[in-house]
Design a protein around this ligand. Structure first.
Ligand code: 5GP
Length: 113
């Protein structure tokens, strides 16, 4: 099976602005930012979408959330940010390798579009 776009970034086959990496995850800048800070928090394990995750992935999913908090603290985002997971094409997912969007640096409306 062909590697996902994010696997290629993890494997350094495609360049990206990498802000953080550990054994389970990587954090990159989104190539098309929708806010002054727009990061993608990506598990190294390929889980196509959140709804494909199983009990085995519990640790990874928790880890991604904790990484989000840690990065937000390091970047001094004033404890103000939004995490988004688009699950499925109709929800706006375009890359089928699970990722959290972290958005910050502007007012964020609710409900989202
Ligand atoms: P999704 O639409 O699947 O929720 O989010 C995918 C995100 O990946 C989009 O926000 C898009 O801008 C970002 N993206 C797509 N291609 C690339 C790329 O080559 N590099 C980076 N850094 N981000 C990308």
């Amino acid at each position: 099976m062909e590697a996902t776009l994010f696997e290629k970034i993890i494997n350094r086959e495609i360049p990206a602005d990498i802000l953080y990496e550990d054994e389970l995850s990587i954090v990159i800048k989104d190539i098309s930012p929708q806010a002054p800070t727009h990061l993608l928090i990506i598990p190294k394990k390929v889980i196509p979408k959140l709804s494909d995750a199983t009990g085995e992935d519990q640790n990874i999913l928790g880890h991604l959330m904790l990484v989000a908090g840690k990065i937000a603290e390091q970047l001094e985002l004033d404890e103000t940010f939004r995490l988004v997971v688009n699950n499925g094409a109709k929800a706006g997912q375009s890359v089928f390798h699970l990722h959290l969007h972290l958005l910050s640096g502007r007012s964020l409306n609710w409900p989202p579009g």
